[in-house]
Write a protein that binds this ligand. Structure first.
Ligand SMILES: Nc1ncnc2c1ncn2[C@@H]1O[C@H](COP(=O)(O)OP(=O)(O)OP(=O)(O)O)[C@@H](O)[C@H]1O
Length: 877
């Protein structure tokens, strides 16, 4: 039996925590690979790439999967109590049949065999207050983990038992001794189970009181279970959701936060999983799309996920094997395994069961035509009985025809009125077709039609981007089909498309989320920035579309995908093909793009999300910096910090920005340093498969010790002369210095990299190798310097004021929120900054042996990190 919940194993999982919920699901293509979506970068980007998994479970800021090959758990995310990767300690060679995660722990049920005596079941747990092996007399059918407790179901008599900390929930004391369950699932402080008669019973603590703070206002008693028979139930923090037996519809009960999105009414689901206040289900329609609701919902994710976990035994009574014509590939990889789904029980009112549930399909229901008196059943009944009841039909024919004519007239009139209305609207308000601008600009456009005024500034800014109709982009991408997906971000999908004129484009489609404001901000930031910027190494925006809830950006198509795909993608030959000269060329070109943002764009721009997945490679193998969703306008004096809440991607985040919330162009320099280390070593910024998972912590001591060969990507043969790569390693080392002030500026980085590239290409006397795009641009350093001056000067007073405004207007939201630093800490830091002797600092760092010591320096400056911060720092730095 598969049960899914806050912590139980399922084909989908929902992690939660201070960085927001993340949905993870096993792909439906038989690969058993996991895909995650959400705001917590450590979970989204930490998800294993080539590791087939059988099932998933999740807790606070982490997700674990049961590995298909070894039957051992593998966890990712940023929970400090559960070791990421394979949990430790782990008995060698032991294998598990099920895993289940609580808030800060994971438990796994051992398969019988090695290390288990007859009649004894073993459950191994890891994490906060839980690391131990638990022995139980008798076979265990399933386990489930709550916040700080666990429960199991005995196989023989189907009774439940629980262990762990009972203080908050009383779950252990309240466990019903005589009830027999088909399955159980733990929530935060309660457990729900499906009894033998398919009714649900829940026990434990319920949050009934209304909380005082307005944003957590809510109510509902989780023990007040609806009376529907159910096939599956899952537990959230103080709520539960179940799938109804009758029609596979969803029903949720218990505590619900105010303003949270209700579960879908009409949709049927195959599988559900709950985070704390967030629940997701796999829709039982052909595409097997996930849908989430609750506090942060609704999310409708454009991927197909497995409707359940794969079982090696044939489906038992009450279950049928999932099969669907649209899935030509098998959902389960192991031979002779399948997804078993629970049969629906009974038929809705007015219907009878025409075919019982069998091995391959669910039961089917038909309308009872002898008692049909409603509009719902008549089409089915009359069409079915056409031959027999010809007389009845012929009598009714005039009425039916009359109704049809009336309906046609009504529909035509409505459409006509709608068309006239839209035309009227469009005539009156030119900008409303894009809905891009605010009501203010809409009023302006109205005036524009009647009184010829100067074009609005906003209009000018986006003049280079064309507005696309949604339909055109839908057509170009084959209806946003799965086959045309070329990449995914944490809140977007990127599709390849062909426009009517044959132009290849990449269409970035934001996932519809409830936080429309946030999405919209990022959309407009990117739109505004990209339509102002122009550089050979920045990704060109061709247009945009904003209709209803849809937000789409249209870019030039980059034939060779991202640098991330080359370095860490599924195809290992891509990495081998990316030789040293090509890697360093990409680094130089990306550096030029960033240098342009910092030094030549007016006002200067801080990208804030430099990473390998945002460096795209075009047909001619030139690099382009992409993804300006988080970018900000920097003050013209780019050394003056902005005080911004941290946003960006784990592993690339500047520690000074993270700790002090100081954002300058040097934050991009830090991320670029991480990118250089990634290019040199072929490792990901954070890769938990290594003992030292953080690239900076691993690489900086090696570089400082002069051990360059250990650093270099083992996939490539090292060049005959290591000098060039040594130089690049040293640049990377400087870029990732703890203090922004100690890092070089991007123009210095570019110059040094160009020299290193010349050296690598065997021409040490050429100071700067000419790269193909430079010739195209006709740019030269001298020209740049001059243009910098002129571009800075060209910032008229008005422009600057405008930019100032926009710095507020386009301030991106915090994607990763951390405890903020107090103003006194900030003051202390800014004082000490002036006092610190750079040489001493560097010497101290060296003496102490590496990047971790930089952290210590920072700690001395701003005081010790809070336990919370410490957790993050351990993972990120
Ligand atoms: N213009 C393009 N041409 C080809 N592929 C692209 C293009 N733009 C993006 N991609 C692909 O889509 C992926 C996702 O891009 P996107 O900018 O949405 O997200 P991201 O930057 O990787 O992640 P996040 O949104 O979390 O920062 C990229 O890594 C790349 O592989």
């Amino acid at each position: 039996l598969d049960v899914s919940g806050l912590g139980s194993m399922s084909s989908i999982a929902v992690s939660y925590g201070e960085n927001g919920p993340v949905f993870c699901g096993l792909n439906s293509d038989g690969s058993h690979m996991v895909t995650c979506f959400g705001a917590d970068a450590s979970v989204v980007y930490g998800a294993p790439f080539r590791l087939p998994l059988l099932g998933l479970t999740s807790g606070d800021s982490f997700v674990c999967g049961l590995q298909l090959d070894t039957s051992q758990p593998y966890c990712w995310g940023s929970n400090i109590y559960v070791k990421m990767g394979v949990p430790q300690p782990m008995v060698e060679g032991v294998s598990y049949s099920e895993i289940s995660a609580g808030d800060n722990h994971l438990c796994a049920l051992r398969k019988t065999g090695k290390g288990t005596s007859r009649g004894i079941s073993l459950v191994d747990c890891w994490g906060y207050n839980m690391t131990a092996s638990h022995e139980f007399r008798g076979g265990i059918a399933a386990i489930t983990a709550g916040s700080v407790f666990n429960c199991g179901l005995f196989a023989r008599n189907r009774t439940a038992f629980c262990w762990g900390d009972d203080t908050g929930s009383s779950v252990i004391g309240l466990t019903p001794r005589n009830m027999r369950f088909q399955s159980i699932s733990a929530g935060g402080f309660h457990v729900c189970g499906i009894l033998e008669n398919s009714q649900v019973f829940c026990w434990g603590r319920s949050l009934e009181m209304q909380q005082s703070s307005s944003d957590v206002l809510g109510q509902g008693d989780v023990n007040m279970v609806p009376m529907y028979p159910m096939v599956s139930v899952v537990g959230g923090r103080f709520h539960a959701c179940g799938i109804k037996s009758l029609d596979h519809g969803v029903v949720c009960w218990g505590f619900k936060l105010q303003n949270s999105v209700p579960p879908p009414k009409e949709s049927k689901v195959y599988e559900i999983a709950a985070g704390d206040y967030f629940t997701c289900g796999v829709l039982a329609e052909t595409l097997l799309r996930p849908l989430c609701w609750g506090t942060s919902g609704p999310w409708s994710l454009p991927i197909a996920v497995s409707p359940g976990i794969c079982a090696s035994n044939p489906c038992g009574p009450g279950y049928y094997e999932f099969s669907h014509v649209s899935f030509r590939v098998k959902i389960c990889k192991p031979a002779n395994s399948r997804v078993c789904l629970p049969c629906s029980v009974g038929c809705p009112e007015g219907m009878y069961q025409s075919t019982p549930c069998n091995l391959t399909s669910d039961r089917a229901c038909r309308f009872n035509c002898s008692s049909c008196a409603s509009a719902e059943c008549s089409p089915f009944c009359y069409s079915g009985k056409k031959s027999k009841n010809r007389k009845v039909v012929s009598l009714q024919m005039p009425f039916i025809l009359g109704e049809l004519v009336l309906a046609a007239i009504a529909v035509t009139s409505v459409m006509l009125i709608a068309c006239l209305y839209v035309r009227y609207k469009l005539r009156n308000c030119k900008c409303s077709d894009s809905e891009l601008k605010t009501a203010r600009s809409c009023t302006y456009s109205f005036h524009k039609e009647s009184v010829k005024v100067r074009p609005h500034m906003e209009e000018l800014k986006i003049r280079r981007a064309r507005m696309f109709a949604y339909e055109e982009l839908e057509k170009a991408t084959g209806g946003f089909s799965e086959e045309s997906i070329v990449g995914k971000g944490s809140f977007s999908y990127v599709f390849k498309g062909i426009l009517k004129d044959g132009t290849l484009v990449a269409v970035k489609r934001a996932i519809k989320a409830s936080d429309v404001k946030k999405n919209s901000k990022e959309f407009h930031t990117e739109l505004d920035l990209l339509s102002r910027l122009n550089h050979a190494h920045l990704l060109n925006l061709l247009g945009y579309c904003e209709e209803g809830g849809e937000r789409l950006l249209v870019y030039e198509y980059m034939a060779h995908g991202s640098l991330y795909q080359h370095l860490h993608g599924k195809d290992p030959t891509l990495k081998e093909q990316l030789g040293w000269v090509r890697r360093v060329t990409i680094a130089v070109q990306a550096a030029r793009g960033i240098e342009y943002l910092h030094g030549y764009a007016c006002p200067p721009v801080i990208h804030r999300d430099i990473k390998s997945s945002n460096i795209l490679i075009d047909e001619e193998h030139n690099a382009r910096v992409a993804d300006f969703g988080l970018s900000l306008f920097a003050p013209d004096d780019s050394s003056a910090p902005l005080s911004e809440l941290p946003a960006g991607t784990l592993g690339y985040l500047d520690p000074e920005y993270y700790r002090l919330h100081y954002l300058t162009t040097k934050s991009d320099v830090y991320s670029f340093g991480v990118l250089l280390l990634e290019i040199l070593s072929g490792r990901k910024a954070i890769d938990m498969q290594y003992e030292e998972g953080n690239i900076v912590e691993w690489a900086v001591p090696l570089i400082k010790a002069g051990d360059i060969s250990t650093l270099l990507d083992p996939v490539l043969k090292p060049p005959a002369d290591l000098e060039a790569l040594k130089k690049i390693a040293s640049i990377a080392c400087k870029c990732v210095r703890m203090r922004g002030k100690d890092r070089p500026s991007m123009d210095k980085v570019t110059t040094s990299l160009e020299r290193a590239l010349a050296l690598l290409m065997g021409s040490p006397c050429i100071e700067q190798p000419i790269l193909p795009t430079e010739v195209v641009l006709g740019s030269s350093r001298l020209h740049k310097k001059a243009s910098q001056r002129s571009s800075n000067q060209s910032c008229s007073e008005n422009d600057t004021a405008d930019a100032e405004d926009q710095r507020f207007e386009y301030r991106a939201p915090s994607w990763i929120t951390f405890p903020s630093v107090t103003s006194s800490q900030r003051r202390k830091s800014s004082v000490s900054e002036g006092d610190v002797d750079m040489k001493n600092l560097e010497g101290r760092s060296l003496a102490n042996g590496g990047a971790g010591d930089g952290l210590r320096c920072l700690e001395e400056e701003i005081g010790p990190a809070s336990p919370q911060e410490d957790l993050f720092l351990q993972h990120n730095f």
